[in-house]
Write a new protein. Structure first.
Length: 339
């Protein structure tokens, strides 16, 4: 037999049993690092499933007690809020209205569970009549006047009780503008998680149904990043950190694992990865067709995002992941506990 005469390394020794595989596993998932996005809409009694995102719902504020209770049971400790306002206008007034949809949702959540970490997405696209991320000058989003709106929005979220504000607009200078406005308004303790490396991605399609934020014309390529660029992502991240960001994000996640990995090597702040709507929709569609094993594929994807270097994962799969982690630790506890 040839194997007895040659020399090679036996990697399979440590892979033989689940116990050994658990022991030498390099990457572990925890419910602590999951952030669950919520779409809050106006009206009452609304619990609308988003057609392109099975299992994801637009919720009115009166539905929040049930939602928060479910998250608590699952051990999910953070949410990311998006709002669907009743009316939209050219100046995105609903974004920074003291009684806007997100501001009211923050107060409602904090009244139910003070401990839940409430992160708010700060952007204008859900609030403008044209669906663009800021004030238009012709067909272009005008950077500098838009900064004022973003800063006002961030302050109004902080005033309503948001724990973290997360700018997703990709205007230049937004982190500096928000930091200044927050500090001036007495919110020096409110952290900024910036969507620093956010790409102009086709993977946001289903989100725009969920958040009703499809631009009426054109796209977002004049401010979101070109998918072909990686070095530029590090410049964006460095700029946001210089402007005062406390944590940064790479978005989308799975098609940009190299960017996450590169950011991990370069920056020592918490890195979030956004496993976006299109990534979710693809997995759900294939799973519902019976073409893939949903649990395996989702857990493998989450592990990959962490292995690449992300600390936090924003994902619509969060509830399922939490359930599977609970089931796994239940099995583990049983199998190692007394018979
Ligand atoms: C902007 C925003 C978007 C997403 C998060 N914040 C949409 C966009 O940039 O067009 C996308 C999230 C997803 O696809 O899950 N408010």
């Amino acid at each position: 037999m040839i194997a007895s005469e040659i020399s090679f390394r036996r990697f399979r020794r440590l892979r033989r049993t689940e116990g050994m595989r658990r022991l030498v596993r390099e990457t572990r998932l925890s419910v602590d690092e999951l952030i669950y996005p919520l779409f809050i809409t106006f009206g009452g009694g609304v619990h609308n499933e988003v057609p392109s995102m099975p299992g994801v719902f637009q919720l009115s504020i009166d539905q929040l007690p049930f939602e928060i209770e479910e998250l608590r049971r699952l051990g999910i400790g953070s949410v990311l809020l998006f709002g669907l306002p009743e009316t939209k206008d050219e100046l995105a007034s609903g974004a920074y209205d003291e009684h806007g949809i997100v501001q009211e949702a923050i107060r409602a959540i904090k009244a139910i569970d003070r401990e839940l970490v409430v992160i708010t997405d700060v952007c204008n696209c859900e609030y403008t009549s044209h669906g663009h991320c800021g004030i238009l000058n012709g067909e272009e989003v005008d950077n500098d006047p838009t900064l004022d709106l973003l800063a006002r929005t961030a302050v109004s979220h902080a005033a309503a009780g948001a724990d973290i504000v997360a700018p997703s607009d990709m205007m230049d200078g937004r982190v500096a503008a928000m930091r200044h406005a927050l500090d001036t308004a007495g919110f020096a303790q409110t952290p900024i998680l910036s969507y620093a490396a956010k790409y102009a991605s086709g993977f946001y399609g289903p989100f725009r149904d969920a958040a009703d934020s499809t631009p009426a014309f054109g796209d977002r390529r004049s401010h979101q990043m070109d998918p072909a660029n990686k070095r530029e992502a590090y410049l964006e991240i460095q700029a946001d950190l210089d402007e005062g960001a406390d944590a940064i994000m790479v978005k989308p996640a799975l098609a940009y694992l190299d960017v996450i990995a590169g950011a991990r090597e370069r920056f020592d702040v918490p890195i979030a990865a956004y496993n976006v709507s299109g990534e979710y929709a693809m997995v759900k569609a294939a799973a519902l067709n019976g073409w893939i094993d949903e649990q395996r594929v989702v857990m493998e994807s989450m592990t990959a995002i962490k292995r690449a270097g992300a600390d936090l994962i924003i994902t619509y799969h969060a509830k399922d992941v939490a359930r599977w982690l609970q089931a796994e630790s239940g099995v583990t506890a049983q199998s190692v506990g007394p018979a």
